[in-house]
Design a protein around this ligand. Structure first.
Ligand SMILES: O=C(O)CCC(=O)C(=O)O
Ligand SMILES: [Fe+2]
Length: 211
């Protein structure tokens, strides 16, 4: 059974081009061609226009853990609406369960060190981020451009590395079949070595996003 804030392997695999990474450690998929050039360009210019330093829940001691920039995309923008509709058609998740779409921008040397996207239930920020909408369920990520060097996303528990390629979507279930968080989802947004990397991140929750 899947909850309302969740997609399912069966649904995703029914969509043309969706491939599952062959492992039972986590549900992890890619779709090589998801977003076309026109829409990618529009979203990249929105990210360029309005970005701020990326932040972390449960900020630790490492100032260099996540060095990228983030754009909170305006849900009213036509390009953002279009992408939201494409995601809903792909994953079957009611958009009410989604966090607002974000763009991430990595310059040379910037990265997001190995982490899981779910929140730590014992962490200081659980109440702040999760009291209304609950835990994160699924992550959908889209690479918006080709990167000259570096910038891959590495899932070390399954030794799988995704190269950033324009239009490619990668998605995974942060939960295990028993409903607990899955530590095998740990992933590393590796340093960009040359060029700039743009990605879209879309996270879903157990309950509707309340604000
Ligand atoms: O940029 C990447 O490759 C990974 C991004 C990521 O893991 C995140 O934003 O949570
Ligand atoms: Fe992540």
């Amino acid at each position: 059974m899947t909850g309302p804030g969740e997609s399912s392997a069966q649904l995703l695999l029914s969509k043309p081009g969706v491939q599952r990474v062959p492992t039972d450690k986590l549900e992890l998929f890619q779709l090589r061609v998801f977003v076309g050039e026109d829409l990618r360009e529009k979203i990249i210019s929105l990210i360029e226009k309005d970005r701020r330093p990326s932040t972390l829940a449960d900020e630790g001691d490492d100032r260099y853990f996540r060095t990228s920039e983030t754009c909170d995309l305006d849900a009213e923008e036509p390009a953002v609406r279009e992408l939201e509709a494409m995601l809903a058609a792909l994953n079957g998740i009611d958009p009410a369960y989604g966090e607002p779409l974000q763009g991430q921008r990595y310059d040379v040397g910037q990265e997001f060190k190995p982490h899981c996207d779910y929140f730590n239930r014992d962490g200081q920020d659980w109440e702040k981020y999760c009291s209304v909408a609950g835990q994160r369920t699924w992550t959908f990520m889209i690479y918006l451009n080709d990167v000259e060097a570096g910038g891959a996303t590495r899932f070390k528990a399954v030794k799988k590395t995704f190269q950033p390629e324009a239009g490619k979507l990668v998605c995974w279930n942060n939960m295990r079949p028993d409903g607990r968080e899955n530590p095998n989802t740990i992933h590393h947004g590796m340093k960009v070595r040359k060029g700039v990397k743009y990605v879209i991140t879309k996270w879903y929750r157990e309950r509707p996003w309340g604000w």
